[in-house]
Design a protein around this ligand. Structure first.
Ligand SMILES: [Zn+2]
Length: 306
């Protein structure tokens, strides 16, 4: 597992906004990533006001992922065309800039449209079936974030999200633990439900279960109720990114990253011997960690370490 820069803090956002040159903006991103010790960056577009189609060489040296922060609404005319063109742009950008993963936000299904969920799911399936082979042929993962439930998203529960995702073994899952925990799921439930999916990334921040979403998610590590050691132990031996999505100052985000790095280093060390033993026996380490039957091991994007 490796950590990817996503949130940079309100103070850094203000600093970037004050810079007029794109190259100065990229240099600031690089300084923040180096200062905190990130190995990767997860972009949105634009990324703090910076167009990401042509990042400088020193940015391309990070492991790059791209979160297409667009929430499709299939009640809108022309939405399939628009969504297809956004994903096409994402694929081209990922190919040109050697990005490893492009992730989609799930489509929306407002309460008033819940009766149309099956119709929306067919459209989303069509999108996935169109684009997944194209991403695969370029060696880039295509992933879908685990936003579910409420009166808002296509899938009314994490189980329904997982059932949809399981139809596409090559489709990646980006797990937003903050939202799933806030929705009332405990970590062991989340792991049980998503354990068989191909996990490509994690959106990491603390959360309070059941609190209003605006105040109960995207909290600094330690300000909520998530036991990150309980969660990250399933991922430290896999090629999965952890992008911090925290609403706070840069100082607080740096402290959160440090806490997560310490937790994952300890877990890596503590589970390393067991993991190599199990790997040698031909079973992914997560199968043992999750206490699952060996014939249904949880899947991660690859078995390469860190
Ligand atoms: Zn997220």
């Amino acid at each position: 597992m490796y950590f990817a820069l996503k949130s940079i803090g309100k103070d850094n956002e203000e600093k970037i906004n004050c810079l007029t040159s794109i190259s100065d903006k990229w240099q600031l991103i690089d300084r923040i990533a180096k200062h905190d010790g990130y190995d990767g960056i997860q972009f949105s577009n634009p990324f703090y006001g910076i167009p990401i189609d042509n990042p400088p060489g020193y940015i391309k040296e990070y492991r790059l992922a791209y979160h297409l922060d667009y929430t499709a609404d299939f009640t809108q005319d022309g939405e399939m065309e628009k969504y297809n063109s956004i994903i096409k742009e994402g694929l081209l950008c990922a190919v040109e800039n050697r990005m490893e993963d492009v992730s989609l936000h799930p489509p929306i299904a407002w309460h008033k449209d819940h009766r149309r969920r099956d119709e929306f799911q067919k459209k989303f399936a069509n999108i996935i079936e169109t684009w997944l082979p194209m991403f695969e042929s370029e060696g880039i993962a295509l992933s879908v974030e685990s936003h579910v439930g409420g009166n808002v998203f296509l899938h009314s529960s994490l189980e329904k999200y997982a059932a949809f995702m399981a139809r596409y073994p090559k489709l990646g899952a980006l797990i937003d633990v903050s939202h799933n925990f806030n929705d009332g799921r405990i970590i062991s439930d989340i792991i049980k439900i998503i354990g068989d999916l191909k996990i490509t990334g994690l959106h990491l921040s603390d959360a309070i279960s059941g609190a209003e979403v605006g105040i109960g998610t995207h909290l600094p590590v330690g300000n909520g109720e998530i036991d990150f050691s309980d969660f990250l132990k399933y991922y430290v031996h896999y090629n999965v990114y952890g992008a911090l999505e925290i609403r706070a100052t840069s100082q607080i985000i740096s402290e959160s990253l440090l806490k997560l790095k310490r937790v994952s280093a300890l877990l890596y060390k503590a589970t390393g011997a067991a993991a190599s033993f199990i790997e040698a026996a031909g079973t992914p380490p997560m199968a043992a960690a999750a206490n699952r039957p060996a014939d249904r091991p949880p899947r991660a994007s690859t078995s390469c370490l860190l």
